[in-house]
Structures are given as structure tokens and as C-alpha cells.
Design a protein around this ligand. Sequence first.
Ligand code: SF4
Length: 78
Amino acid sequence: MKTFCPRTSSCPIFKEGVLLRETSIATYKNLYCTAGPQRYRRCMRYKTAKKYGKCPASVMPNSTLSWEEIEKKIKEST
Ligand code: SF4
């Protein structure tokens, strides 16, 4: 059995209707959240939360934003 991301209880990806269409959420869950440590550690939401202690809702798991762009989003959301 694969280990799930430790952020599943708090991540908005797991709250239906908060972020995306259901099909997109299911895809992200399969690719990152429930696919074991090697996958969820690549998730940009996971990496952002680890680095800054939080992650803006608009940062997706496969985001290609730079850290500078993410920092800007964090500042805008506080
Ligand atoms: S989207 Fe990323 S941070 Fe959120 S539960 Fe899935 S793997 Fe973890």
C-alpha cells in the first residue's frame, strides 16, 4: 500500500468543489497525493507548504511557478 501525502487532511485539493473540477482533482490525487512519497514530494503544493508553512490555493501540484512568483502570491493572500 502506498503512503499518502501527510497534508491530505488540510489540503484544499481534498475538499470537493474548493479548487477544481472533479476530474482534475482525481487526476492530481492519483499522480501526487496517493502515489507515495516519491510522488507527493514532487507536488508544488507540498513543497511550498514545506518551505513557507502554507500554500496559496491557486498553486497547483504541477505548478511551474518560480519561488519568487509563489512568494508574491503568498504576500497577496495575507
Ligand atoms: S495536492 Fe500536494 S500537498 Fe495537497 S495533498 Fe496532494 S500531494 Fe499533498
